[in-house]
Design a binder for this molecule. Structure first.
Ligand code: FAD
Ligand code: NAG
Ligand code: NAG
Ligand code: NAG
Length: 460
């Protein structure tokens, strides 16, 4: 019932929503879709009117730096060298007003609040993300994971208690709560012999399950991790939608297992827990289809975050090193086709059962965004009905987000927050984002320049 309430909130968009295409003749539908591509041209520099001069210059400077391949490709190394040379404080002083300010909302609630309110005014919905994550070899003790859980619970509270956004969402990384070593081991185990989903659900409920294949301490840690996830889900259900991030292929199956267990437990009447599907993976389509089947069989609602994927470099290197098949599509075009295919599948099922399925089209790619908007029209899916929304990252492709919001779509900006230290891996990934993201940024850069020139003219 609580999911249904969201369908009643969108009256203020009613007046400019066109009539459903089912009732309209084909020619009119065609004309409308021309109109749509015209309005979603993403060419309006006025999207940047709201930025201060300092913000314009900062964005221009950072995008300029991102256009040097040498800098971008060695970004991780450069940052760690800079950190050694400048020391922790000096490094922080260098990053804070620059890269950090471009991509991160801040460190404490006051700073975050400021950027959130600004965003709300622009019609964008913030989606908080605690960018704590771990890779292999970075494992920390149970205490640190408990601290991380407190940070996530704090994130649930902030997302819910502030009036920043209707239908609030947040992102969650499971490797902040469960050691990556265990996730890798689980992945190996369950690809040989899948665990029963009910077993995981029962462990979440507090039953001391003895998972086969794990030793005593691993079982203990797994049970603690599931308790932590359970606590977060309990705190957020009916309040904040929790979008679980996808990470590396050598742990994703484990992450999906616990995410599906959370869905089974908490998504009975609405999509409160979501999973992420990375379309750059060759198997992404079958993973999505499996999830659709599972949600139908087990009777839970499915929320999907559809992304292309952010760990390409590392995945490729690892596959090469281990001499196994590259899990990632051969070229960007294949990833693009995969994205289109999965998007289509989701929009199709949503048009049939909007109360059971939800998707966030998490991309900066203008073509993908236009394609989603066009299919929504064709299938008669509400722009702001809750089942479909869009997502971009803070500091990236604001022209896409602002245009979508202006057209009445639900748009979330993923907003990481935390210390320079905690957000560093995230920042490095942002700098390495390639290809059309950079083309998109090139365009954003042109639009930023246009806006800058306009202001200079005005001030003369
Ligand atoms: C709200 C939100 C949440 C996100 N959550 C996650 C998450 O949980 N997990 C995650 O991994 N990422 C996540 N991302 C990051 C997302 O994967 C990146 O935004 C994405 O990598 C950039 O893709 P794009 O569609 O915006 O841009 P595009 O420019 O259209 O595509 C770039 C992407 O295409 C793929 N690609 C590029 N070159 C090639 C090639 N040669 N061969 C094959 N594929 C190629 C890569 O995935 C690359 O990142 C999230 C993004 C957003 C906006
Ligand atoms: C990417 O996919 C879209 C469909 O979503 C298609 O229209 C477009 O032509 C593709 N782009 C490229 C460069 O292949
Ligand atoms: C996108 O995917 C759908 C379904 O797989 C397909 O019918 C359509 O032709 C694709 N569009 C493009 C432009 O590739
Ligand atoms: C980004 O582009 C550079 C050069 O064009 C390339 O060497 C690098 O592998 C690319 N990285 C990603 C993540 O695509």
């Amino acid at each position: 019932a609580s999911a249904a309430t969201h369908h009643h909130h969108h009256h203020h968009h009613q007046q400019h929503r066109p009539a459903g295409p089912r009732s309209a003749p084909r020619t009119a539908a065609a004309r409308r879709s021309d109109l749509l591509s015209a309005t979603l041209a993403f060419e309006d520099p006025s999207a940047f009117r709201v930025k201060s001069l300092g913000e314009l210059l900062r964005a221009l400077g950072i995008f300029r730096l991102c256009s040097f391949p040498v800098l971008v490709n060695h970004c991780g190394k450069l940052m760690s060298v800079a950190r050694t040379l400048l020391g922790r404080r000096g490094f922080s002083l260098l990053l804070r007003p620059t890269v950090y300010a471009q991509f991160v909302a801040g460190e404490n609630e006051r700073e975050i609040s400021q950027s959130m309110e600004k965003m709300s005014l622009l019609g964008l919905r913030p989606m908080l993300a605690v960018p704590i994550e771990e890779d292999l070899g970075e494992s920390t003790g149970e205490k640190r994971y408990d601290d991380n859980m407190e940070a996530m619970l704090e994130c649930v509270r902030m997302s819910h208690s502030n009036a920043w956004s209707r239908d609030p969402m947040m992102q969650l990384k499971i490797t902040a709560l469960l050691s990556p070593e265990l996730c890798v081991k689980l992945t190996t185990l369950i690809t040989q012999q899948p665990y029963d989903l009910n077993l995981v659900v029962r462990a979440m409920d507090g039953e001391p399950i003895n998972f086969p294949g794990l030793d005593e301490s691993e079982v203990a840690h797994f049970l603690c991790g599931l308790q932590r996830l359970n606590k977060i889900a309990e705190a957020s259900v009916n309040k904040v939608r929790v979008l679980v991030d996808a990470e590396y292929t050598y742990m994703n199956p484990a992450l999906s297992l616990v995410t599906m267990a959370m869905m089974k437990k908490f998504n009975k009447d609405g999509s409160w827990i979501w999973n992420t599907y990375q379309c750059y993976l060759k198997e992404s389509r079958s993973l999505l289809l499996d999830a659709l089947c599972l949600s139908k069989d087990e009777g839970f609602c499915l929320g999907v975050k559809l992304v292309r994927g952010a760990y390409m470099d590392k995945e490729r290197k690892l596959a090469e090193k281990e001499g196994c098949l590259d899990p990632i599509h051969q070229c960007w075009e294949d990833t693009n086709d995969s994205y289109n295919g999965s998007l289509d599948v989701m929009l199709e099922v949503i048009s049939q059962k909007p109360e059971r399925y939800r998707i966030i089209v998490a991309t900066h790619n203008e073509e993908s965004v236009r394609r989603a908007a066009k299919r929504m029209e064709e299938l008669g899916i509400d722009k702001d009905g809750g089942a479909v929304c869009f997502g971009q990252l803070l500091g990236m492709c604001d022209h896409v987000s602002l245009t979508l919001a202006k057209e009445g779509y639900a748009v979330y900006k993923s907003v990481p927050y935390g210390s320079v230290e905690d957000t560093l891996p995230y920042l490095v990934r942002r700098a390495q984002e390639n290809r059309t993201v950079l083309q998109g940024i090139r365009k954003e850069r042109d639009l930023l320049r246009k806006e800058l020139r306009r202001r200079l003219r005005l001030s003369k």
